[in-house]
Design a protein around this ligand. Structure first.
Ligand SMILES: [Zn+2]
Ligand SMILES: [Zn+2]
Length: 364
């Protein structure tokens, strides 16, 4: 069998590596079997052509001897395609060699990120990591909401070079060792025979770029660790141990990957008067025997200020009086919790002579 790999990819015999890569990506996208109108056998054919033409040695051999040479060499065909989990329909028959980086191809086409975590190429886009911090707020700040400015240490885009990595005004060249791919192929001989693997290009450290002069602030990384002030809107009604998420406020992503998120665990300080249960505020009030027996009015504190509480006559110790809607405003709602006052009737510990007489009279 003699297939014209150049014709399959639709390129000239003089095509550059870049042309071949481009043509392959375009066609692979077009004929991918997961797509409607995709074509499994066509896709395999394109892949086979690319496997040969994208490799300097194979391409040279192909140019000299035509296709089919690989059956004699160390790059055995016939791999059964295991290891490419999640993709059906590509069973073997010389389709994929092990060095074929599916993560690279499919990550780009389908936005699914890298399927091969082992690859360390820096040219691949990478989402920034999330940051998790704690933030202390006062009881009343949690009840009514507040704005806090926090100083956050995170990885950010270098402002000096705008993330490009070069000193402003100097050129960025494509790495000549890897042609900008960030990886180079290496033949490894193992128990199973020869295999081709991709390793990070040492010349450019995987970035695919060569700087005429590296940025003096970030040393070419395009990112720096710095402290920034971040404004945090703490919504009214938030409670202890609840977490706020500020999207995109985490560490910066690389090569077009989005930023991570910032998670803020809220820690609400306790209050000397108020306790909180959900959106309800709980307090206690002490009344004397005569006040409990005869009824009275008591000034109490609520989160909304002073309130004159009417204690009905004959109240029993432990009775809870509810003040409707005097609790905390609910998150994402305009309704409020209640204020619950537990009445405690206090038995006198020390009686004056006069008081003792009164109680003795009552006893009779
Ligand atoms: Zn920089
Ligand atoms: Zn390189």
């Amino acid at each position: 069998m003699s297939k014209d790999y150049y014709k399959i990819l639709g390129v000239e015999k003089s095509a550059t590596d870049e042309d071949i890569k481009k043509a392959f990506r375009k066609l692979a996208h077009q004929h991918h079997p997961d797509k409607s109108g995709g074509d499994d056998s066509k896709f395999k054919e394109i892949n086979e052509a690319y496997q040969t033409l994208s490799d300097k040695n194979k391409r040279a051999q192909y140019d000299q001897f035509g296709s089919g040479f690989e059956n004699m060499g160390g790059f055995g065909g016939g791999q059964s395609g295991q290891g490419f989990g999640g993709f059906s329909g590509f069973n073997g028959q010389g389709g994929f060699s092990q060095d074929f980086d599916l993560g690279d191809i499919f990550g780009e086409f389908f936005g699914g990120g890298s399927r091969r975590s082992s690859s360390s190429s820096k040219t691949r886009s990478k989402k920034g990591t999330d940051i998790e911090i704690s933030l202390d707020v006062d009881f009343m700040e949690a009840v009514f909401g507040t704005t806090k400015e926090i100083s956050l240490k995170r990885i950010e885009k270098c402002k000096h070079c705008g993330g490009a990595g070069n000193e402003p005004g100097t050129k960025i060249n494509t790495c000549s060792t890897c042609s900008g791919r960030g990886t180079v192929d290496r033949i490894v001989t193992s128990f199973f025979g020869q295999m081709r693997t991709q390793i990070t290009c040492e010349s450019c450290g995987g970035s695919g770029k060569m700087f005429e002069k590296k940025c003096t602030h970030c040393d070419g990384d395009g990112i720096v660790t710095s402290s920034s002030d971040v404004k945090v809107n703490v919504p009214s009604g938030i409670d202890n141990n609840q977490t706020l998420r500020l999207s995109d406020e985490g560490n910066v992503g690389q090569n077009g990957g989005g930023n991570g998120d910032l998670y803020i665990n809220i820690r609400v300080k306790s209050h000397k008067l108020f306790k909180r249960e959900g959106y309800d505020i709980l307090t206690n009030i002490e009344v004397s025997f005569p006040e409990a027996a005869l009824g009275c009015k008591k000034d109490i504190e609520t989160i909304n200020g002073k309130f004159s509480l009417k204690i009905p006559s004959g109240i029993q110790s432990g009775t809870i009086i509810k003040l409707d809607d005097q609790g905390v405003k609910k998150l994402e709602s305009n309704s409020h919790g209640d204020h619950l006052v537990t009445v405690k009737v206090v038995t006198p510990k020390h009686l004056s002579v006069k008081e003792k007489k009164v109680y003795e009279d009552l006893l009779k």
